[in-house]
Design a protein around this ligand. Structure first.
Ligand code: HEC
Ligand code: HEC
Length: 343
């Protein structure tokens, strides 16, 4: 994913005066939203039945498939937080702390994964997790653990043409295919397709404000983000507003290049109301406050209370339903990490 330096020119536009939204304005707003963002498709139930996706679902929720036998992908990407982790930092299978976990919902639809867009596909991300979050010393070390828990048959069913299907590549592929089914349409999508009542008047004003204020300059496309890297803190240092204890230098931490300082992938805002806390370090707990920080440090603007309420209300209209196959399949052991209560 390329770094796009120029932020679309953000004009200091007059914002709409609160009041009822006229039908002609709604149509115009819908056209603008369609061209800036568009919509996402609901998942086809047949894709959930795909044996590769079914294997991926088991792999995702099975706690036994980690070096300490206690960490599944779902330990940091669970239902209660819409596919992400409500802890500020997650704890991996080595007992180490990670960055704030992002949601896996819709993640497969982005060109670069993670806060730094440093994984090019779901398969690469999952294979990297074997020696990362799952705590194994090498990718091959997960193979005997898979065999021990009866995964030979599941891999054979998913990859019937292969003689020796239990490989790290197929592990990664199955997880990618499963996560590709984790899509969820929201009231916004229904509204875009013509259902006027799917968004409230406040939410429609919030959508308009989101565009006018300049959020859409970065958080655009059908996922409202996920398409580019941008600096965090354009007009002011981010940590002065987030209160972050540690300062992360963004992409520079990986490349060592000064020009990459503070570049992070613009996050997906679908389901954002339920994937708290916010930012790469989980430094902000509340969505309204996160939006206030964004306006301040990205756009140099202090948003009035009403505008902040409206934008926040609009973002709540991006919350879909939890996909029905986002749960442990029968016979697969999964428990939430300590301190997280089932919701
Ligand atoms: C210990 C917690 C933990 C575990 C276990 C874990 N993850 Fe994650 N996951 C994270 C964190 C933290 C991030 C963000 C990491 C970063 O950007 O550096 C992340 C990022 C991701 C992303 C990128 C999302 C996006 O929007 O780009 C995907 C996809 C993902 N994880 C899938 C998985 C899969 C599949 C597994 C199991 C093989 C897994 N995770 C295991 C914590 C975890
Ligand atoms: C110049 C690009 C840019 C603009 C403009 C921008 N953002 Fe962001 N936004 C980002 C980046 C980059 C991050 C990730 C920061 C980090 O590392 O945590 C982010 C993070 C967020 C988050 C936290 C997401 C998460 O998963 O934790 C929210 C919410 C958000 N932005 C909302 C908004 C809103 C609302 C506006 C308009 C007021 C806006 N943004 C304007 C680039 C931008």
């Amino acid at each position: 994913m390329s770094r796009i330096v120029a932020v679309s020119a953000v004009a200091a536009l007059m914002l709409p005066i609160a009041g009822p939204v006229l039908a002609s304005d709604v149509d115009e707003l819908r056209e603008r939203a369609d061209s800036l963002f568009g919509t996402v498709e609901a998942i086809d139930p047949e894709d959930i039945e795909d044996p590769v996706a079914q294997l991926g679902q088991a792999l995702f929720w099975d706690m036994r498939l980690s070096s300490n036998g206690e960490v599944a992908c779902a330990s940091c990407h669970y239902r209660e937080n819409w596919g992400s982790d409500s802890r500020v930092r997650s704890i991996n299978a080595r007992g180490g702390e990670t960055l704030q976990s992002q949601t896996v919902f819709h993640a497969m639809d982005t060109p670069g994964l993670r806060w730094l867009a440093d994984r090019e596909s779901g398969k690469a991300q999952a294979m990297g997790s074997i020696t990362g979050s799952m705590g194994f010393d090498s990718q091959e070390d997960i193979l005997p653990v898979l065999a021990e828990h009866g995964y030979d048959e599941r891999f054979a069913a998913a990859f019937p043409d292969q003689d020796d299907p239990v490989t790290p590549e197929n592990y990664g592929l199955a997880l990618e295919v499963y996560q590709s089914t984790l899509r969820t349409t929201a009231p916004y999508d229904a509204w875009l397709q013509g259902e006027d009542d799917a968004l409230s008047e406040e939410q429609m004003r919030g959508l308009e404000a989101y565009i006018e204020v300049g959020c859409a300059g970065c958080h655009a496309g059908p996922l409202f983000g996920g398409e580019m890297l941008q600096p965090f803190g354009i007009t002011e240092a981010y940590w002065e507003h987030t209160g972050s204890a540690e300062i992360h230098s963004g992409l520079m931490q990986v490349t060592g290049e000064e020009e990459d300082r503070f570049y992070f992938r613009v996050p997906i805002l679908r389901n954002i109301a339920n994937t708290y806390p916010y930012f790469h370090d989980g430094s902000v707990e509340d969505l309204r406050r996160a939006n206030e920080v964004m306006a301040r440090v990205q756009l140099g603007r202090d948003l009035e209370d009403e505008l902040l309420d409206e934008i926040t209300a609009f973002l709540e209209g991006l919350t879909g339903e939890i996909p029905e196959n986002f749960e442990p399949p029968e016979g697969i052991p999964f428990e939430l990490p300590e301190g997280i209560s089932p919701g």
